[in-house]
Design a protein around this ligand. Structure first.
Ligand code: ZN
Length: 103
């Protein structure tokens, strides 16, 4: 899930954290973005688009834990307990201060 987003997962899109590559089978290469729990996350339509077309990056170090990096380089961890700002810079803003990170 996106930092601070409260859209219900049951009404969200399923996103491949590492994009599914539809071309690997023909080339015989391994699939970088398999459809397995540890590579899937729920994103609302708006934030799904933001990830796909924006410059937000996400990794999923363990299943259900998402580490987001904003276009400005701020980092947030989203896990089942909520959103944590994980910036190491001392002047890091709180999560949600960036205009495109909220509904
Ligand atoms: Zn959202």
């Amino acid at each position: 899930m996106f930092p601070r987003c409260s859209h219900p997962a049951s009404r969200s899109d399923i996103d491949h954290t590492i994009p599914f590559d539809h071309t690997v089978a023909a080339d015989g290469r391994p699939q970088p973005g398999p459809t397995i729990t540890s590579n899937l996350g729920a994103l609302c339509r708006r934030h799904h688009r933001l990830k796909t077309h924006g410059r937000w990056c996400v990794t999923q170090p363990t299943s259900g834990v998402f580490e987001w990096t904003s276009p400005h380089g701020h980092t947030y961890r989203r896990d089942p307990t909520g959103t944590t700002c994980t910036d190491t810079a001392p002047d890091a803003p709180p999560p949600g201060i960036e205009s495109n990170s909220r509904h």
